[in-house]
Design a binder for this molecule. Structure first.
Ligand SMILES: Nc1nc2c(ncn2[C@@H]2O[C@H](COP(=O)(O)OP(=O)(O)OP(=O)(O)O)[C@@H](O)[C@H]2O)c(=O)[nH]1
Length: 316
């Protein structure tokens, strides 16, 4: 048995039994006889494929399909309708509501298994491609594209909820001279080790560690205020020093170090104002309508300050 998850929604327990028997070797079966439960169940189990009865008493399969399609979590999840009806109108309505194909009742064991297996194989490839498109090939942390998406998502969320959002930008000190002295491949190893170190430091599922570009790395911390972000950045800085990667060209301790800059948002007055918290607890209101780019600019500016303050330090 594979680790695929198959969700079957049908108000007839007999059909669920037959489909489960046919597909039990293809993946783990989850089912519901209530149309209104499908979306919630799907959110809990994150199925790889959904088999939907068109005729359900509480909600039609079309309505459920459209509801699932509206949810960004299920953009790539294939939905197949299981139906006893044939007809151009039904099929066309099913396809426009977001289904990818049909299984006709009574389900034929060989055809049903083959059809579901094909869509699952396709889903696996799509998942792998999506993952690769969001991952940095050298360090295996999130790439710039994934970072931009996460920042945009978390910015919206922070504006809605009023929770803080912190961004740490980190840059390896004297990395050019490291490359020049030890070679580009050693530079790549060093970058990987520092990225791993960052990844070990983030704990919450919504935190994102990304390669922002070149030797600049970013840590996005939703729901995290300035003090906590500072502690995390400082702890990363110390941990990188403890890696003891020799760097004879550094004017600091002769090991690899990082500099870090932090910016934090605080939403005030029921989202009417977005405020940047400044060092020393000062707050300055900035008119609403700012974009997430301001957070990056602030963190970058703080990083620049850290570099100008002698490097191997954290600035806000
Ligand atoms: N090995 C390796 N080097 C990279 C990669 N991406 C960027 N770099 C190098 O990172 C170096 C960055 O150098 P600079 O921007 O001059 O900064 P720096 O030498 O670290 O100096 P400061 O940041 O001021 O401490 C350049 O030499 C880039 O070639 C990469 O993927 N692998």
């Amino acid at each position: 048995m594979t680790d695929f998850k198959i969700l079957i929604a049908d108000d007839e327990p007999g059909t669920i039994r037959v489909l489960s028997e046919i597909l039990k070797s293809v993946g783990k079966i989850y089912f519901t006889t209530h149309g209104t439960h499908v979306l919630e169940l799907a959110k809990n189990i994150l199925p790889d494929i959904i088999l939907l009865d068109i005729e359900m008493p509480d909600m039609t399969g079309f309505e459920i399909c459209e509801q699932i399609r509206r949810d960004a979590m299920f953009t790539d999840t294939p939905i197949l309708f299981v139906t006893a009806q044939n007809g151009i109108d039904q099929e066309s309505r099913a396809l426009t509501s977001g289904a990818i194909d049909f299984i006709h009742k009574p389900p034929h064991p060989v055809l049903t298994k083959a059809r579901v297996s094909n869509y699952l194989a396709l889903k696996r490839q799509t998942d792998e491609l999506r993952m690769l498109s969001m991952q940095d090939g050298l360090t295996n942390i999130a790439n710039r594209r994934a970072f931009d998406k996460a920042l945009s998502r978390e910015w919206q969320r922070a504006c809605r909820s009023g929770h803080s959002l912190s961004l740490i930008m980190l840059d390896i000190d004297f990395f050019k001279s490291y490359n020049d002295r030890y070679g580009h491949l050693a530079g790549d190893d060093c970058l990987r080790a520092v990225a791993n170190c960052l990844a070990r430091h983030v704990k919450r599922p919504s935190d994102v560690v990304a390669r922002y570009g070149g030797e600049e790395l970013a840590v996005l911390l939703p729901g995290c205020g300035l003090e906590e972000a500072y502690d995390i950045a400082e702890s990363i800085r110390q941990e990188v020093s403890r890696l003891r990667i020799a760097h004879a060209g550094s004017t600091l301790p002769s090991t690899i170090t990082v500099s870090a800059g932090i910016a934090t948002t605080v939403t005030l007055c029921q989202n009417t104002e977005i405020c940047w918290r400044k060092p020393g607890g000062l707050q300055s209101g900035v008119p609403c309508g700012l974009t997430e780019n301001n957070l990056i600019k602030r963190a970058d500016r703080a990083l620049y300050t850290a570099k100008n303050s002698g490097r191997n330090c954290v600035r806000t």
